[in-house]
Ligand binder design. Structure first.
Ligand code: ADP
Length: 146
């Protein structure tokens, strides 16, 4: 059976921290589906189309990486994609607390396991929200984007 993981997130925008998680998870899974969660109550800086297009271009030569979007419960989307795993990244204790509760609930309710990779330390400070703030003040953020 092939090992399929979804990597869910807002990816607004997708950063070098996210790319590092995907790269280091490649040996673990046959397929990683980068899954852009659409939250209708949040207005993104980058449109869904922009995010999908950027990611498809970035991973066009990586056949085991797919890009998708969803507006349902993450575990329902995982089931729809036949994924047995949810991939997430951990930067801090704050991330850990948050991920642990969700991972435990998801596992209890659906059997879908969460695989967490620690951030590479040089990326620990990088978040999409900080990058959006820099963009809002007209700063060049290209060094944080893959
Ligand atoms: P969400 O809104 O669901 O947290 P994000 O797009 O911010 O979505 O992040 C998606 C996943 O990537 C999360 O598991 C997050 O912890 C992880 N992540 C974000 N930034 C980094 C980083 N710099 N290093 C490692 N993992 C990261």
């Amino acid at each position: 059976m092939s090992r399929i993981a979804i990597f869910p997130g807002s990816f607004d925008p997708f950063t070098i921290g996210h790319a590092s998680v995907v790269r280091r998870a490649l040996p673990l899974f046959d397929t990683i589906i980068i899954s852009i969660g659409v939250n209708n109550s949040k207005r993104p800086l980058f449109s869904l189309e922009q995010r999908i297009e950027t990611l498809q271009r970035l991973y066009k030569d990586e056949p085991s990486v797919e890009v998708a979007s969803y507006d349902t419960l993450t575990t329902d989307f995982a089931k729809k994609m036949n994924a047995q795993f949810i991939l997430r990244g951990l930067r801090s204790v704050r991330d850990f607390e948050y991920e642990r509760d969700i991972a435990e609930m998801n596992s209890q309710l659906t059997g879908i396991e969460t695989v967490l990779l620690f951030t590479e330390h040089q990326y620990a400070c990088i978040s999409s929200s900080a990058i959006r703030e820099l963009i809002a003040y007209g700063k060049d953020v290209s060094q944080y984007l893959p």
